[in-house]
Design a protein around this ligand. Structure first.
Ligand code: GAL
Length: 659
């Protein structure tokens, strides 16, 4: 369903929390929004206690005035349902609906997210406020999009959750015998003889059951999705022409399967806060999450619903973005399929736990460098306009949240097996080589690609393995990294050697894991180093490209290739070696950068007839036309971008000059 009013133009704006300010500030807000080119704001995300100050008593007057003011100034609204933060009265009225931690502590209001997703009282209260909002604002001309809740992810271990978990398990397994088998409950005397004895993974004396933990995450994803659906259905019924979304958070703690959720929203929306600003880490990460979002959206457009306009959370520190970085990162999202650029938040909060988060209007007031950048970006986006051409990619990366969750489980061969970091390393290496990558779910058909990258597909199902096998059998190229094919969907270990169901395709059999100690490296022959992980790999048809040079594995294969198109990598290659290796793979698979000259911080994405080129480096860059193969063409000044026609390399749209 199209985003109303945004045909041909990009969205620009952010979370707007006018309830934190007196009304005279609202007038300044909309004036400034117009100056900055803001055309869309998200309202009401955390406004439940202001909208429903007592059960069933609504105060919509202030929100009426906000929506009217925005509409009068040409600004559309993403209207949120405020269900991520129930008011204090809610917990007093329904103490059983407050969340309980795995240690059995019942949490109370005072922050946000104080609810149990499975509590009937919470579900009813959430439906009621969503209904009241939809009844009130159906037909309001400012309403462009519904934003249900905020960053679904709350987990609860209470008795309501336990009952719902058991219902979910009964649906999944049918019988207790099947559950016992799937959870390997013969181990440590965990066999269940009564459904009522099955609990969420509450605090337990020693290592918890990995399959129980994994199923609980899956249950949480489905249970939260049920919460979303209930509200979505109310909104669809009352406002059938308004699309409905929710903003996906991307973090290890989030128990959401975005592949499943993406099928339920009218528009995929994500929040992204890069976790490091060292070197080009934020740039690489941005490209990765934007590619993820496009993957979840099935290759279609999606929306960056939140980013920080002026900070990166760098290892716990809030560091200001570099000059021009806001524009460059935003353009990366747009190039990779976002319908626009939304920020958290419009005006910095006067107090509260997030008062020091950056905002489009900082505490310093409008006369500040960050607002000038925000204004500059608004002008750039208005100038670019919307262009929905498909992103061109010959390479796919298989991404699996279930493997991510399982690799956070207990009892693994090494601590810190970071699935996210492994995927980032593979995707980032392709990014540095200028190659655009699509992200796909395990088991999806791969026939449109030349090359498929498979980092740490720890849980490999038959359908995922079959998709890879038939891709390779029909001439495709694949690279599989260590920790793939280790276990099935219930973390039951594959017998007969790894990578399990992928072993024949790759022509190898891994006999034994040799996790490497933290910060240890192993030399490779003829060049390079490995770290983090190594393995005893037996070739069964494959040839060694790199071997371990020292230690217990000296002389054994580290990287292999089978039939010239199925590679296996058994260690974390250092950056330079991984890039050299991938360059070789790209050449074999006939994969080229998005344009000659792309890579090493010069990000180029081809989208339909448009070429987006962003120079994240401090040196001038030059790119050529993709069809011409020569690197001479357009010069891109350090820190700037240009958007141009694919074949002509004519700068038909202004390049950014903000530095
Ligand atoms: C987001 C969240 C916002 C706000 C923001 C602060 O993850 O959705 O509500 O908390 O982080 O950076």
């Amino acid at each position: 369903m199209p985003l109303r009013g945004f045909e041909g133009r990009l969205c620009y704006g952010g979370d707007y929390n006018p309830e934190q300010w007196p009304e005279h500030v609202w007038v300044e807000d909309v004036q400034l929004m117009r100056q900055c080119g803001v055309n869309l704001v998200t309202v009401g995300v955390f406004a439940w206690s202001m909208l429903e100050p007592a059960p069933g008593q609504y105060e919509f007057g202030w929100l009426d005035r906000v929506l009217d003011l925005l509409h009068d100034n040409g600004i559309s609204v993403v209207l949120a349902t405020p269900t991520a933060s129930p008011p204090p009265w809610f917990g007093f009225a329904h103490p059983d609906a407050l969340p309980v931690t795995r240690d059995g502590v019942r949490l109370v209001h005072g922050s946000r997210d104080a609810y149990c997703p499975s509590a009937p009282a919470y579900r009813a209260a959430a439906r009621r406020i969503a209904t009241a909002l939809a009844q009130r604002y159906a037909g309001h001309p400012a309403l462009a999009l519904w934003h249900v809740h905020n960053e679904y992810g709350t987990v609860c271990y209470c008795d309501h959750a336990a009952a719902a978990f058991r219902r979910w398990l009964r649906d999944r397994y049918g019988t207790l015998d099947a559950l016992n088998e799937a959870w390997t409950t013969a181990f440590w005397s965990q066999r269940y003889a009564d459904w009522e004895h099955v609990l969420p993974p509450r605090a337990t004396p020693y290592l918890a059951n990995p399959a129980q933990l994994l199923d609980f995450r899956r249950f949480c994803s489905d249970e939260l999705l049920a919460c979303f659906r209930e509200q979505r259905d109310v909104l669809r019924e009352l406002t059938p022409d308004v699309p409905v979304t929710t903003n996906f958070a991307i973090a290890p703690w989030v128990p959401i399967d975005p592949w499943a959720w993406a099928r339920e929203v009218d528009l995929v929306a994500i929040d992204h806060y890069p976790s490091s600003n060292d070197g080009l880490a934020a740039e690489e990460e941005t490209a990765f999450v934007a590619d993820l979002a496009r993957g979840w959206a099935g290759g279609r457009t999606w929306l960056l619903m939140e980013q920080a306009p002026d900070i990166v959370h760098n290892g716990g520190w809030m560091v200001p973005k570099r000059p021009g970085q806001l524009t460059r990162l935003s353009l990366s999202h747009v190039a990779r399929g976002s319908l626009g650029v939304m920020n958290f938040q419009w005006r910095a909060s006067p107090g509260g736990a997030e008062a020091f988060m950056s905002a489009m209007v900082p505490h310093a007031g409008p006369d500040a460098r960050s607002l000038r950048e925000v204004t500059h970006l608004g002008a750039q986006l208005a100038n670019l306009g919307r262009h929905d051409g498909p992103v061109a990619a010959d390479v796919a990366l298989v991404w699996d949240p279930h493997s991510w969750w399982a690799l956070q489980g207990p009892g693994l061969p090494a601590p810190g097996l970071d699935y996210w970091a492994m995927c980032r390393h593979v995707h980032g290496s392709a990014w540095r080589l200028g190659v655009t990558v699509d992200i796909v779910a395990p088991g999806e058909p791969l026939s449109g690609y030349r090359l498929v990258l498979v980092p740490a597909l720890f849980l490999t199902t038959a359908s995922a393995a079959d998709a890879i096998k038939s891709f390779v059998d029909s001439g495709g190229h694949v690279v599989v990294w260590y920790l793939s094919g280790v276990a099935d969907t219930n973390v039951r270990v594959h017998r007969g050697g790894w990578p399990g169901l992928l072993a024949t395709t790759l022509g190898v059999r891994v006999e034994r894991h040799y996790p490497l100690p933290h910060q240890a490296t192993v030399a490779l022959d003829p060049a390079g180093t490995g770290s983090s992980w190594s393995e005893l790999v037996r070739p069964e048809g494959a040839e060694a490209l790199l071997r371990y040079a020292k230690g217990d594995l000296a002389g054994e294969p580290a990287v292999t290739v089978h039939a010239g198109r199925a590679w296996y990598v058994s260690t974390r290659l250092d950056d330079a070696t991984q890039q050299r290796f991938l360059a070789q793979v790209f050449a074999a698979a006939n994969v080229a950068p998005a344009a000659p000259g792309a890579g090493h911080g010069v990000e180029v994405v081809r989208r339909g007839q448009r070429l987006y080129a962003i120079n994240h480096t401090t040196s001038p860059a030059e790119i050529g036309a993709p069809s011409q193969g020569s690197q001479t063409g357009l010069r891109i000044e350090p820190g700037t971008y240009l958007v141009t026609d694919v074949d002509n390399l004519v700068t038909d749209i202004d390049s950014a000059a903000h530095r």
